[in-house]
Design a protein around this ligand. Structure first.
Ligand SMILES: C[S@@+](CC[C@H](N)C(=O)[O-])C[C@H]1O[C@@H](n2cnc3c(N)ncnc32)[C@H](O)[C@@H]1O
Ligand SMILES: [Zn+2]
Length: 175
């Protein structure tokens, strides 16, 4: 639940700024060594049934023109974590197809961990790990060389590229 009295999650490693990728994002406030636990991704622990319900509500909200942000993380087979609360600062980390962080489950909690050394001032990103379902709903603006144009997990990006190539072949060239 959103609770105005709850303190915002803080990290000595990261601060909030307007992002070149989308909306606001989290940036390294100092050099971060590879493997550092940068910030905990906090939220409400919910059952899968509740998670499905909230995902359906999100979809319907998106269809009506609302923002389509996804904040649900899988904890285990029975539970997910809904990190949509305002106080969960880590919810503002954007996706990149060439991410410098990853989400890591550590004893039932979710942490954002540096995948490599990160320079002060770099935007922190991780791979959202989205599957192929509704991939067109999530265009990607990470701007990296590895970007597939849509937010899809690394393993599936080749499928997106293949579909886009096939579509480009079917579209008659205009001169
Ligand atoms: C969890 S929010 C991240 C914080 C967001 N930047 C904000 O200001 O609210 C996730 C949403 O941010 C946007 N987003 C994150 N990464 C993106 C990317 N690489 N390209 C385009 N949009 C992105 C998408 O709308 C996504 O649903
Ligand atoms: Zn991308």
């Amino acid at each position: 639940m959103n609770s105005p009295s709850r303190l915002q999650t803080r990290s000595a490693w990261a601060s909030l700024r307007r992002s070149a990728i989308h909306g606001r994002g989290l940036y390294a406030s100092k050099a971060i060594p590879s493997g550092t636990r940068i910030i905990e991704y906090e939220g409400e622990r919910i059952t899968k049934a509740e998670s499905d319900l909230r995902e359906e509500q999100r979809r319907s909200h998106t269809r009506q023109g609302g923002d389509g942000c996804v904040y649900i993380f899988e904890i285990n087979k029975r539970h997910d974590l809904d990190g949509s609360m305002d106080w969960n600062t880590a919810r503002l980390i954007n996706h990149s197809c060439e991410a410098n962080c990853e989400s890591s489950k550590i004893r039932g909690r979710i942490w954002i961990v540096a995948r490599r050394d990160i320079a002060k001032g770099e935007e922190l990103t991780f791979d959202y790990g989205f599957g192929m379902e509704n991939w067109r709903e999530h265009p990607c603006r990470c701007g990296t060389r590895k970007c597939a144009g849509f937010i899809v997990t690394t393993m599936q990006r080749w499928r997106v590229r293949r579909k886009l190539r096939a579509e480009a072949c079917r579209t008659p060239a205009t001169t």
